[in-house]
Design a protein. Structure first.
Length: 151
């Protein structure tokens, strides 16, 4: 559960309306809890064009880490998957909405950059969609893109 309510779907939406989603992403990734300032730097250079928040099908996200029964690049044994995922899943079932995931559009795929635990908690809570903020390498890609539907 986020201890920083300034990083939510609503605040991401507000940042998008101000055309300042890149700043929101950088600050969110550098914040305690995410602790991913290095990723923020990588996503800022070269600059990206951001869209969101949008709901994306969890099944279409190419996750970097997760349990072996899901499409991931790095499989984790279910027993080794972080204990807090179950706690987060319960909070989601109780109505908590986690911050958006950070996703990049790369070669026609949605690559989950940040949010593996949130996505797994959403999946365990029975959700098929995850709120996400999507990065594109060019403004033309961003303009031409349309969100995929759930499978």
């Amino acid at each position: 559960m986020s201890q920083h309510p300034e990083y939510s779907v609503d605040t991401a939406r507000e940042a998008a309306e101000r055309d300042d989603l890149a700043t929101w992403v950088a600050e969110f990734l550098a914040s305690p809890g995410s602790d991913n300032a290095d990723l923020a730097d990588l996503l800022a250079d070269p600059p990206r064009w951001w869209l969101g928040p949008v709901e994306l099908p969890i099944s279409r996200l190419h996750r970097l880490a997760g349990p072996s029964d899901e499409p991931v690049l790095c499989e984790w044994d279910e027993d080794d998957w972080r204990d807090d995922v179950d706690d987060l899943a319960q909070a989601i079932r109780d109505g908590f909405v986690p911050p958006p995931t950070i996703v990049s559009w790369k070669r026609g795929q949605l690559v989950l950059e940040d949010g593996n635990h949130r996505v797994e908690a959403l999946r365990r809570a029975g959700h098929e969609l995850a709120w996400s903020v999507v990065a594109f390498e060019t403004p033309e890609e961003r303009e031409a893109w349309s969100p995929p539907r759930a499978a």
